[in-house]
Design a protein around this ligand. Structure first.
Ligand code: MG
Length: 299
């Protein structure tokens, strides 16, 4: 059985026939938030229900990086290589400094606590953009059940003064987010309200305008499943989680092909040598595949 499915013939050139989907580690409960540290040659990822961040090192396997992790979910790195993390348990976004101390980036908006920051990206100008859906406060499974006081929005944190702006306010539950290679577009996945059988599962795209967004429009609806985590390659193709693996969507919104993964996929990131290795967090396991594609690096 093939490990991929080409919907458009161009997808056959994105994969290599002898570079399969490989399970790197397993035994977790629900993994998300992969982030590659090339300088340390390791991948960090969240095992959310077990309140920990794990580290996978090629040839060595998995060790625990941080416990408790405050039920961390999505991660990324800033321009200085520092870890930026979304935490459900403390309802905040943090930065881990080079000396290991934790700096709080955001924990409230207009005097109200955030819901449960989910996913985060950093622009080349140093601004931090993160989604704040309610998933981490709806149950005690991935955080602490709490009252929701803010709508589910995407925020931008200014790199100079730390001011927060709500930049996407027209989605039900914004989740994964990513910039186009030139940072002129922001893609945001909506996974809809928890426990809603008709939950949204589309990706919208916005023009980046000044310190905010404009002209939001539908980009693509994932089927089967939903777009939780998304990342882009150097040519602007959007790679998204789905129920049957990872889908690759052209900049025009057309499904090009699928990487088939045996577990429900949550998040993805590019890393490894040449940023050609796609790391895939999927339910109880982490997988990867080396592609004939290169991931976009921000910042
Ligand atoms: Mg997410």
């Amino acid at each position: 059985m093939s490990f991929y499915e080409a919907v458009d013939p161009v997808f056959n050139s994105f994969v290599m026939g002898n570079a399969p989907v490989k399970q790197l580690a397993t035994g977790f409960d629900w993994v998300e938030g992969p982030v590659w540290f090339g300088d340390a040659n390791c991948l960090l990822f969240s095992d959310i229900p077990n309140n920990r961040i794990m580290r996978w090192t090629p040839g060595e396997g998995v060790t625990t990086y941080r416990v408790p992790s405050n039920y961390s979910n999505g991660h990324t790195r800033d321009g200085l290589g520092r870890l930026i993390s979304c935490e459900h348990g403390t309802r905040r976004v943090t930065r881990t400094e080079h000396d290991g101390t934790i700096t709080v980036i955001a924990d409230e908006f207009e005097g109200k606590p955030l819901n449960s920051p989910n996913d985060v990206v950093v622009m080349r100008d140093g601004s931090i953009w993160f989604s704040d859906p309610h998933y981490g406060i709806m149950t005690n499974y991935e955080g602490f059940k709490s009252e929701q006081e803010l709508p589910c929005q995407v925020y931008r944190v200014d790199p100079d003064n730390g001011d927060m702006t709500a930049v996407v306010t027209d989605m039900e539950c914004p989740n994964g987010l990513a910039f186009s290679p030139d940072e002129s577009l922001l893609y945001v996945a909506d996974t809809g309200k928890m426990f809603d059988p008709h939950a949204k599962r589309h990706i919208r795209v916005y023009d980046v305008a000044g310190n905010g967004t404009a002209n939001g429009r539908h980009f693509h609806t994932i089927d089967p499943g939903a777009a939780d985590g998304i990342r882009l390659d150097e040519d602007g193709n959007v790679w998204s989680s789905a129920a049957d693996g990872v889908h690759c969507i052209s900049p025009q919104g057309k499904l090009l092909g699928k990487i088939l993964v045996p577990e429900l996929v949550s998040n993805i990131c590019f890393g490894g040598r040449g940023k050609c290795q796609l790391f895939i967090t999927a339910t109880t396991s982490v997988y990867s595949i080396i592609l004939n594609r290169q991931g976009v690096q921000h910042p």
